[in-house]
Design a protein around this ligand. Structure first.
Ligand SMILES: [Zn+2]
Length: 248
């Protein structure tokens, strides 16, 4: 289930990768200080083993992603949230698992969806847009002429805060969400997770009402459309799921 769309990817991949790495590292250390990082070993184990099965399939979509330095962590936080920063830096909030009472298949659906955002470089795309909005084209030109690897060394704190600022500044577009739904669904099926769970996941998400971060706002895209589209896609990936199941 390929997707085709021209993308606004002006910030160099290495620049974005660097900022994301710094921002993710800073998130981990601040969670560590608050004692909210990976506090439940059982939950962490579960999230990591599901994620690792999904990550084992990413090469189907882009070969370079198999070599990314993937990281998977769980933050104790009541919010319904999960994300994957550029380069494969995954964070799942405990609230998502607990409030949705998510099954393994449903967790695979949401993590697969987040991984798909990273595979399709939606973060880099949003960060490029946010960068131009916030700092203008001149600043962008400066980044481009200095090359991609300028965010490093003693500028790392700045890179970290700029990275999260840009990553979280804009919500994913409807088109980006649609792409991630398609790719995430196939990823989960190939990893042997029941694709049907994507439907129950979004139904549960919808039932949670309004207190969601931008990634999961029910209005973006309209959840009914999303669920209808997923219903049409499930039969397409079902054979991949069945094949994967026989190999387990
Ligand atoms: Zn999304």
């Amino acid at each position: 289930m390929g997707v085709r769309r021209s993308q606004f990817l002006l910030l160099p991949a290495s620049y974005v990768g660097n900022m994301s790495k710094q921002a993710y590292g800073q998130t981990l250390s601040s969670a560590q200080k608050k004692q909210t990082l990976n506090v439940d070993p059982g939950m962490l184990n579960r999230v990591r083993s599901i994620s690792n099965r999904l990550i084992a399939q990413v090469g189907v979509f882009r070969t370079d992603a198999a070599q990314w330095q993937w990281e998977v962590n769980v933050e104790k936080n009541e919010q319904l949230n999960a994300y994957c920063m550029p380069g494969g830096k995954i964070m799942v909030y405990s609230g998502l698992i607990e409030k949705l009472n998510a099954t393994d298949d449903e967790l695979a659906a949401v993590i697969g969806h987040e991984i798909a955002h990273a595979l399709r470089e939606h973060g880099r795309e949003r960060m490029s847009q946010a960068f131009v909005q916030q700092f203008g084209l001149q600043a962008l030109a400066a980044v481009l002429t200095r090359g991609g690897s300028t965010v490093a060394g003693n500028a790392s704190m700045q890179a970290a805060s700029m990275g999260s600022q840009l990553f979280f500044a804009l919500p994913n577009s409807r088109e980006q969400e649609r792409e991630s739904d398609r790719i995430g669904l196939e990823l989960a099926a190939r990893a042997g997770f029941n694709p049907q769970a994507a439907i129950t996941l979004w139904q549960k998400m919808e039932a949670q009402g309004g207190s969601k971060p931008p990634e999961f706002l029910s209005t973006h895209p309209a959840n009914e459309n999303r669920i209808n589209e997923l219903r049409q896609l499930v039969p397409i990936v079902q054979p991949l799921y069945e094949t994967a199941k026989t190999k387990q």
